[in-house]
Design a protein around this ligand. Structure first.
Ligand code: NAP
Length: 249
């Protein structure tokens, strides 16, 4: 009987948790513990870092985990790298459930940059009204370009105000719609959107809105991750579990 550790913090992980629970499979969903009130889940939940690769390897052994599924966000590069290393150390099979990156379509005005630092550098120049659709962890880096007015949208109210001299902050965990984001961008006079290439349907309302309004987008590319087996649909994880179980792994 599989005993799955599911690294989560994404809608894909929550969808997979529902599937696993519906199948009566034993699984624990792991959160980093960054969100104050995560959504209720149909499987047991643990929260907080494991303490690096060694900590995760110990967890896998101590809890007799048979399968590790990394369904973290495509930008959670450290956790994903740790999962690869801990799986190798312990021999626990690893599968990543991830989402394809977004690709520009007709009407999109993207400039691609490699990472957050490159996005900050690309914002040198006259003051603009920038929607910073990044989550709260990387926002302070943009204090290096204090001339802009930033529109921020966070899942939770932050413990301390963002270090940006000119900003508006909205606390909203969505779901968002193209029409809603068009109205938001118009209300705030946004003239540039900065975001990460997260991929997936849940987060693309801002791109639909930027396209409709003809606004430029500064798109931050995904971090490079170590080689690993990847699927894009929660159902594919069930197939993998069946496959490996059949082989007695
Ligand atoms: P990260 O930089 O790759 O991870 C930093 C550390 O946080 C990891 O080394 C690990 O600590 C801990 N951690 C991360 N994900 C964890 C999980 N699911 N369960 C237990 N510990 C976890 O990750 P991040 O970018 O800060 O993302 C944190 C969480 O937010 C992830 O669960 C991710 O799926 C979610 N998320 C991230 C983004 C994003 O843009 N980065 C967006 C939406 C959601 P230890 O080394 O101590 O084990």
């Amino acid at each position: 009987m599989p005993n799955i550790l599911l690294l989560g913090g994404t809608t894909e992980a929550s969808a997979l948790a529902r599937l696993l629970a519906a199948q009566g499979l034993s699984a624990t969903l792991s959160y980093a513990g960054r969100t104050a009130h995560p959504r209720p889940q149909p499987v047991p939940v643990r929260s907080g870092g494991f303490g690096g690769v060694a900590g995760l390897a110990n967890y896998l052994r101590d809890h007799r985990i048979t399968h590790l599924v990394d369904a973290t966000h495509p930008f959670a590069a450290q956790m994903s790298a740790h999962a690869v290393d801990a799986a190798r150390l312990t021999g626990v099979p690893l599968l990543a459930l991830t989402r394809p990156g977004w690709k520009p379509v007709a009407g999109d005005r993207w400039t691609r940059v490699a990472d957050i630092d490159a996005a900050v550098a690309a914002l040198s120049g006259p003051a603009r009204r920038v929607m910073l659709a990044l989550g709260r962890m990387h926002v302070d880096a943009f204090a290096a370009q204090p001339q802009h007015h930033y529109l921020l949208r966070f899942v939770d109210a932050p413990d301390r105000p963002p270090a940006l001299p000119r900003h508006s902050l909205i606390v909203d965990r969505g779901p968002f719609t193209g029409a809603g984001d068009i109205a938001l961008m118009q209300t705030h006079g946004v003239d540039l959107v900065v975001c990460k290439n997260a991929g997936g349907a849940g987060a693309n309302a801002k791109l639909t809105a930027a396209r409709a309004l003809g606004l430029p987008v500064l798109m931050i590319d995904r971090p490079v991750l170590p080689d690993r087996m990847e699927v894009t649909r929660p159902e594919d994880v069930l197939a993998w579990l069946g496959h490996t179980a059949d082989r007695g792994v």
